[in-house]
Design a protein around this ligand. Structure first.
Ligand SMILES: Nc1ncnc2c1ncn2[C@@H]1O[C@H](COP(=O)(O)OP(=O)(O)OP(=O)(O)O)[C@@H](O)[C@H]1O
Ligand SMILES: [Mg+2]
Length: 399
């Protein structure tokens, strides 16, 4: 069986696809000439001796309308196959591609590494769809985990935790992680990741993007670690345009497209935070080692519990942990009423990483804070529930 089919007369593109596959993906490639498009999907897929392919790449040099026609038929007849289009994009083409069920669009000039990441993601999506189609009674696509990083008090390390969590998850699910900056007025995910986004949340919740997930995806900013980012509006005034309903719709859209949607939030429990919690599968509660922050989290959890807005996945992170704070971990746990899952010590390296715009999990630096962040990432690993060393809420310590 060939896992990949490339239809393109451009030899150099085909060579890059071959290199991408041979450098890290298993499975073989079959190349077909552009004339195969006229033959229709049965002839293309029927040439496979046993199982159908997972990914069909409609490469440069094929007519866009022919490619879209073929993709539409494949989407109807073989929905488990991911079709990827290699073409220069325009807003119009992105919309048509979305309607034709094309999984992703890639530049014809993309380098080998970019092609590999994209193909890996297309295979994951094909596997997800096969699972969905074969599960008894399954009619919906898999939806990803929505992880809200929250705290009633400001400055406790939400953005630091959210950016590191997203980058760490990017290694678990390359190109299937998006970080959303819902600190709408003063969001600093862009600076924490050294991004200069062309589009922001305002563009994502208005116009075509709110109706078409493919358009929405085209507005995301790609980070070198292989994750996507949707950054906060550039001016606080623009933030007023974004409603709680926009947030609900946006998160629902992103969860259909990504395995992990990490949401950084503004301090407090404003309407956007509450809308986020409605969709969140998990909440990461960040608390500092000081009385206001600890009390704030306790009151927050009580209120949210009354509103039935506490997501099932609970992960409590004690940040700025420090023996000399005058509080012990047990004091914090006793006040908030729930165990602490992850401890991140006070760390000059972490503070420096914010100023550099390079999260410590991207940098690969060895630091006790990085260790705590790795532990947090691990809790979201798909086989976390089956890992032998897993203990839900195992005892944390402050060193
Ligand atoms: N464990 C730590 N040790 C030292 N500095 C830290 C630690 N965690 C975060 N910081 C630093 O504290 C500052 C505030 O962190 P961050 O911006 O992540 O907090 P926040 O909760 O997102 O703040 P806000 O509520 O304003 O959005 C940053 O400069 C960050 O580098
Ligand atoms: Mg922040």
């Amino acid at each position: 069986m060939s896992r990949f089919i490339v239809i393109s007369p451009v030899a150099d593109f085909e060579r890059r696809v071959r290199e991408a596959v041979s450098g890290g993906l298993y499975g073989t490639i079959r190349t077909l000439p552009s004339s195969a498009l006229n033959a229709g999907p049965h002839d293309i897929i029927g040439q496979q001796t046993d199982e159908p392919p997972e990914v069909i790449i409609l490469g440069p040099g094929v007519a866009a309308d022919e490619a879209l026609k073929l993709a539409t038929v494949i989407d109807l007849q073989y929905p488990e196959i991911s079709v990827v289009l290699a073409a220069d994009t325009s807003a119009e083409l992105v919309l048509s591609a979305m309607r034709a069920g094309i999984r992703d669009i890639i530049s014809p000039d993309a380098d080998v590494q970019t092609i590999r990441v994209l193909l890996e993601r297309a295979c994951l999506s094909a596997a997800g769809r096969r699972r969905g189609l074969s599960a008894p009674g399954a009619s919906q696509r898999d939806v990803g985990r929505v992880i809200a990083v929250m705290s009633p008090k400001g400055g406790v390390g939400k953005t630091t935790v959210a950016t590191n969590l997203a980058v760490g998850l990017g290694k678990v699910a390359p190109m299937s992680v998006v970080i959303v900056d819902l600190d709408l007025q003063f969001g600093d995910v862009a600076s924490g990741l050294l991004l200069d986004p062309e589009h922001t949340l305002v563009d994502a919740v208005t116009g075509a993007a709110s109706r078409d997930t493919m358009v929405l995806k085209a507005l995301l900013t790609v980070h070198p670690s292989g994750i996507y980012a949707l950054c906060a509006p550039k001016s606080p005034n623009e933030a007023d345009l974004i409603t709680a309903e926009h947030v609900r719709q946006l998160l629902a859209q992103l969860a259909t497209e990504f395995s992990y949607v990490v949401v950084d939030t503004a301090p407090g429990l404003g309407e956007h935070a509450l809308a986020t919690l409605e969709h969140a599968t998990d909440a990461v509660w960040v608390v500092g080692m000081d009385i206001p922050s600890v009390r704030g989290l306790r009151s927050g959890l009580v209120i949210l519990d009354e509103l039935s807005l506490v997501p099932e996945g609970r992960h409590v992170v004690l940040n700025f942990a420090n023996r000399r704070s005058g509080l012990s971990l047990q004091d914090v746990e006793a006040t908030i009423g729930v165990p602490i899952d992850v401890v991140i010590p006070l760390s000059a390296t972490l503070a420096l990483s914010t100023n550099k715009g390079v999260p410590v999990l991207q940098d690969g630096v060895r630091d006790p804070a990085a260790k705590g962040l790795h532990k947090l990432v691990e809790r979201f690993h798909p086989d976390w529930g089956t890992r032998a060393h897993r203990k839900l809420h195992r005892r944390a310590v402050v060193s």
